[in-house]
Design a protein around this ligand. Structure first.
Ligand SMILES: Cc1cc2nc3c(=O)[nH]c(=O)nc-3n(C[C@H](O)[C@H](O)[C@H](O)COP(=O)(O)OP(=O)(O)OC[C@H]3O[C@@H](n4cnc5c(N)ncnc54)[C@H](O)[C@@H]3O)c2cc1C
Length: 341
């Protein structure tokens, strides 16, 4: 099977920051049968190659000099079921939120707190997406991949092989550029185990007049909270949280808490402490800070936004200013969450 590779394609519609850059080469992978032709193509072999889902965790600062492959593999299949759970496989190009909603309407539970996260199924294991007290690693059974250095041979990584951690996995390290995620297998429950203690889910359910919530209600509550707090990329370019919550030593946390007693902090295992990056940025006076069209969002300091015509370099300069300000004030190093290219 062949694959059409185009040249000099605008990437603005393919990244939620709305960066107006181009790809030297571009193609869309719709079926696995196209993979051999893709791997043999001149554009692939010359590289570099960027595997693209929804482009919602990327900051493209310049024209991409190689091949951008939009992963559009589709399909959702029930692989196995028993009295307690189902094993479901979703192809990498499926829209994440649509898959979450589909699973809930099928009576497959567990993903409700991860509603309305932009992007694709294939990217969900890459940074182990998380929200409202749930990380996707807790629902992933295994990840089906194609080996890019072995003619696309299939390789399935079990959950432990993925080495999931906070916003991290093997796909950001050893497997980056070597494995293409083609599908993800989820183990979902048949009985709800709702997690409503995080954030304002319980308060939102009350506001909605729901006394005995089910998973779809929790999904609706999460959607409502997210819509009220986070800018919609269709209206205001952004990539969600631009910084990870920093994890520091308990000693350093103790010293910081003596100076800033209100600093939100959470145990992060092994005597380490996770801080709320949004609070650090907000309290450093940067919430709503704007330099041209690049800005720190005025309702959520963790989110950097493009008010229209900010360039990738404008966004990067803003990110550097935030990092330097937080370092100076608290001695804490912030790390960007999106891939910056
Ligand atoms: C408004 C907004 C809110 C957000 N909220 C959250 C949140 O609550 N929690 C959270 O964790 N994230 C959040 N994000 C970040 C983002 O939505 C997730 O990281 C999402 O999983 C990215 O999916 P994507 O398909 O857009 O990936 P892309 O941005 O296209 O790619 C991200 C990375 O994954 C790689 N990749 C993509 N597809 C594949 C594949 N098939 N195989 C191998 N590598 C691949 C890419 O090369 C790149 O390195 C938010 C973003 C936005 C814009």
């Amino acid at each position: 099977m062949t694959i059409a590779i185009q040249s000099d394609i605008p990437l603005k519609p393919y990244n939620t920051f709305g960066m107006a850059v181009t790809a030297r080469h571009f193609c869309e992978l719709r079926t696995l049968a196209q993979l051999p032709a893709l791997l043999q193509s001149e554009a692939f072999r010359t590289g570099p190659v960027l595997w693209l889902g929804g482009g919602s965790n990327l900051l493209l600062t310049r024209d991409y000099p190689g091949l951008v492959v939009k992963v559009s593999l589709s399909g959702v299949h029930l692989l196995a079921e028993d009295a307690d759970s189902v094993l479901v496989e979703a192809a990498a190009g499926e829209n994440w939120h649509d898959f979450v909603r589909y699973s809930l309407t099928q009576g497959w539970f567990g993903l409700e707190n991860l509603s309305l996260i932009p992007g694709t199924v294939g990217a969900c294991p890459v940074q182990n997406i998380g929200a409202y007290g749930v990380e996707v690693k807790d629902l992933i059974d295994s990840v089906v991949c194609a080996r890019l250095d072995a003619d696309g041979e299939a390789l399935t990584l079990g959950n432990a092989d993925c080495r999931f951690a906070y916003r991290d996995s093997v796909f950001k390290h050893e497997a980056a550029g070597k494995l293409l995620v083609t599908a993800v297998r989820f183990r979902l429950g048949r009985r709800p185990h709702l997690k409503t203690a995080y954030g304002d889910i319980a308060g939102q359910l009350e506001k909605m007049g729901v006394n005995e919530p089910g998973p779809l209600d929790v999904s609706e509550a999460v959607i409502a909270i997210r819509r009220s707090k986070l800018p919609d990329p269709a209206q205001l370019g952004n990539a969600g949280s631009f910084f990870k919550n920093p994890i520091i030593d308990a000693d350093q946390a103790e010293r910081l808490l003596a100076r800033f007693p209100a600093l939100p902090h959470y145990p992060a295992g092994e005597g380490r402490v996770k801080l709320a990056a949004g609070w650090l940025i907000d309290q450093a006076g940067l919430k709503g800070y704007r330099d041209g069209d690049a800005a720190v969002h005025d309702r959520q300091a963790l989110v950097l936004v493009n008010h229209g015509s900010a360039s990738g370099d404008d966004m990067r300069r803003l990110a550097e200013k935030v990092i330097a300000t937080v370092r100076e004030r608290y001695g804490v190093e912030l790390e960007p969450e999106p891939l910056v290219l």
